[in-house]
Ligand binder design. Structure first.
Ligand code: NAD
Ligand code: IPM
Ligand code: MN
Length: 368
């Protein structure tokens, strides 16, 4: 049987730097665990724009549709800030998400014990934290029409539209309830039903899906602004949070700081099952291209490495190998290995991106 296929789109800024460390883990899986992938690589974002004048070529899009999983680094950067909106690096990523119909974006925020003192919140608030934000990823204000900048009388008006259909809400709710059943059986849905009609519909449909198919799961509803406050006040009250595209974007960056660094947060963007029964999938760190540290060997590769671990679990049915990678990360952190973003107030000597990758590979060796 052919090896499972993996398309790597490293992208811009620190994307290629963190992806180089993931490649070490992929190599290790092949050499030491006999887990082989058919790996191909291509360009996305600013890198694709530089080469082809577009942030995602049709050929790359077609390849992404064919493979078992896509692994993406990050896109964007100041070099591309002045480009026309339609060819900005971020449009490449949004096209991938939309055309692959990756409606369910799982963003786990887990606080490793060794990092509990590095969070901006107190240790007791974050220690042992393990929550997942399920962000709707292919609709809402990111994609709603009408949109654009228009002239209205003697001034301009910028328009974006928040739009959700029942079926879009129902399918992401279902994925959150399914996930909850594998965890603590608890879902909190967040919207702003107090001010937005789309929020009223969101709340109703999530409740209907619950009552019809998941009555065994504990469901609560919260306004997203209060949810942001509760995430900072006592995040351990949550297990699975389901929310829309824009609120999910904001809440997941906030959740990142509970874990110590944005450089720690992986994500899986999942769509409908393919012929092999596995979901169409793209895995990417929550962070961006980090222009302020790009090219300096300072980036933390853990978010990207943990994204690959999610691929092992969700796309390749290799849950035990995913756990092995996660445990290796945990061990390295427990041993005090830290990239610069994980330096606590007491300071210390940070390791480079490559040294962090090497330490994780060494921990994998030690796991055998
Ligand atoms: P960012 O996530 O790139 O950086 C925010 C801060 O976090 C920076 O100080 C950065 O140095 C730090 N940081 C992020 N990842 C890190 C890592 N792995 N290790 C250590 N420190 C890390 O967000 P931004 O600065 O708002 O955006 C920069 C560019 O990235 C923009 O063009 C934006 O559109 C893009 N972006 C892309 C993605 C993506 O590709 N998925 C996600 C977010 C932002
Ligand atoms: C993310 C990013 C993206 C988003 C951008 C780069 C399109 O912030 O993945 O969180 O807004 O979804
Ligand atoms: Mn974001």
């Amino acid at each position: 049987m052919a090896n499972p296929s993996l398309l790597i789109l490293a992208g811009d800024g620190i994307g290629p730097e963190v992806m180089a460390e993931v490649k070490k883990i992929i190599g290790w899986m092949g050499a030491r665990r006999g887990v082989q992938f058919d790996v191909s690589e291509d360009l996305v974002g600013g890198a694709a724009y530089d080469a082809h004048g577009t942030p995602l070529t049709d050929a790359t899009m077609a390849r992404a549709q064919e493979v078992d999983a896509v692994l993406l680094g990050a896109v964007g950067g100041p070099k591309y800030d002045k480009l026309d909106f339609s060819v900005k690096p971020e449009r490449g990523l949004l096209r991938l998400r939309k055309e692959m119909d990756l409606y369910s974006n799982l963003r786990p925020a887990q606080c490793f014990d060794a990092l509990a003192d590095f969070s901006s919140l107190k240790r007791e608030v974050v220690a042992g934290l393990d929550i997942v934000i399920v962000r709707e990823l292919t609709s809402g204000v990111y994609f709603g029409e009408p949109r654009g900048i228009f002239r209205e009388g003697n001034e301009r008006v910028g328009i974006n539209t928040q739009r959700y259909t029942e079926s879009e809400i129902a399918r992401v709710a279902k994925s959150a309830f399914e996930l909850a059943r594998k965890r603590s059986n608890k879902v909190c849905s967040m919207e702003k039903a107090n001010v937005m009609e789309s929020g009223i519909l969101w709340r109703e449909v999530v409740q209907e899906v619950h009552d019809r198919d998941y009555p065994d799961v504990e469901l609560s509803h919260m306004y997203a602004d209060a949810g942001a406050m509760q995430l900072c006040r006592w995040p351990k009250q949550f297990d699975v949070i389901v929310t829309d595209n824009l609120f999910g974007d904001l809440l997941s960056d906030a959740a990142a700081m509970l874990t110590g660094s944005l450089g720690m947060l992986p994500s899986a963007s999942l769509g409908a099952p393919m012929a092999n029964g596995r979901p169409k999938a793209l895995y990417e760190p929550v962070h961006g291209s980090a222009p302020d540290i790009a090219g300096q060997g300072k980036a933390n590769p853990i978010a990207c490495i943990l994204s690959f671990a999610m691929a092992l679990r969700y796309s390749f049915d290799l849950g035990a190998e995913a756990t092995r990678v996660e445990k290796a990360v945990e061990k390295v952190l427990a041993d005090g290995v830290r990239t610069a973003d994980l330096m606590g107030p007491e300071g210390g000597t940070p390791v480079s991106t490559a040294q962090m990758g090497d330490a994780i590979v060494a921990a994998l060796d030690a796991s055998l």
